[in-house]
Design a protein around this ligand. Structure first.
Ligand SMILES: [Zn+2]
Length: 346
């Protein structure tokens, strides 16, 4: 347990920033942060608190944009709020908000499970968990953007009314997953109600509005765990499975088959985010065999590829009606993470 002591100060601490002190723009605000930062906002009640994590991925600014906006407005929280801003160094590179993480660094949102090694990300993940344990907030939200354009949604590994209520502050779409990837929200099973909020694409103005509205409710409403918010009924998506490239395959995006050996997806595939696809909707092309290029395993590790997809000549089609989400058109993310998530639609 030595790691825990050694890294208690992994975060720069900034209590109750004055509205004039946070910079005029979000870029100015980012430049004021010297690394991973813990901002505390004192609320009307100091015996209870809530926590927020954001910028785990440096290219997903909506959470930080919303925090900057609310600090500049001098928001008065109903109870103490602890804000944790993680990948400041990655976000600051170049023009800003370009890098998901620094080159050769691990994705910190895959580091929240043992064993923890000596890497910066594992140690920062541990430091955050220890802060959360010692502050003992009533809940935690982790605010992200999707890699492509998308409507907002929440993700949880735990199903109960409290998690539903938290997501409903931001969105009416809720993904329930068993996938154990080492994401921060997975601590829900043992620590406290935690959800991931995907506000929508980093380039979408709507995503920033979702973040501002949701975070403002999160900070100011007296009861956010026992009643749902928003006007729409929650729409659930259970146990999506991940469409991944095989190790030997390659990915491209285009309207024609671009690779002699590999997968080419149509650029328009992004428009199917949270929509249906049917056996009439071509998604792209595969040169070579389906299973030589793609893999789609359910949580028991069973290959589902041929149940859900087929090749007609070299064109890739669904075999049945499906719902897709987290569709990316970023080849880097497609290669290192996944192409999209799938659930069967009935
Ligand atoms: Zn993210």
């Amino acid at each position: 347990m030595n790691n825990i002591v050694r890294h208690v100060d992994a975060f720069h601490y900034w209590p109750d920033p004055e509205p004039e002190a946070v910079g005029k723009t979000v870029r100015e605000f980012l430049d004021l942060l010297e690394g991973p930062t813990h901002i505390k906002l004192s609320g009307q009640q100091s015996n209870r608190c809530r926590a927020v994590a954001t910028l785990l991925h440096g290219n997903e600014p909506s959470g930080l944009i919303a925090i900057h906006h609310l600090l500049a407005q001098d928001i008065k929280p109903v109870m103490d709020i602890h804000l944790f801003i993680l990948s400041v160094d990655a976000a600051k590179q170049g023009p800003g908000f370009i890098y998901r993480m620094l080159p050769h660094h691990k994705d910190i949102n895959r580091c929240f499970k043992p064993p923890y090694d000596d890497s910066h990300q594992d140690q920062l993940a541990l430091a955050l968990l220890n802060k959360i344990k010692s502050l003992d907030p009533e809940c935690l939200i982790d605010v992200h953007n999707t890699s492509g354009s998308s409507p907002s949604f929440g993700v949880t590994t735990f199903m109960d009314e409290k998690h539903d209520a938290l997501v409903s502050l931001f969105s009416h779409r809720m993904i329930v997953t068993d996938l154990s990837l080492g994401a921060l929200m997975e601590i829900s099973d043992t620590l406290l109600p935690t959800v991931t909020i995907e506000c929508g694409g980093a380039e979408d103005d709507e995503a920033n509005r979702v973040a501002v509205t949701g975070l403002s409710r999160y900070m100011t409403l007296p009861d956010i765990l026992n009643q749902r918010h928003g006007d729409l009924t929650l729409e659930f998506f259970h146990h999506p499975i991940r469409m991944e490239l095989t190790e030997s395959s390659a990915i491209a995006y285009g309207k024609t088959n671009l690779l002699r050996d590999g997968v080419t997806l149509l650029p328009s595939i992004e428009s199917y985010n949270f929509g249906y696809v049917t056996p009439e909707n071509q998604l792209g092309f595969v040169s070579g065999t389906l299973k030589g290029n793609l893999t789609l395993r359910n949580q028991d590790g069973e290959q589902q590829l041929h149940e859900y997809f087929e090749l007609r000549d070299e064109a890739l089609f669904p075999r049945r009606k499906l719902k897709l989400f987290m569709v990316t058109t970023n080849p880097e993310i497609a290669r290192n993470d996944c192409l999209f998530y799938v659930v069967p639609a009935d």
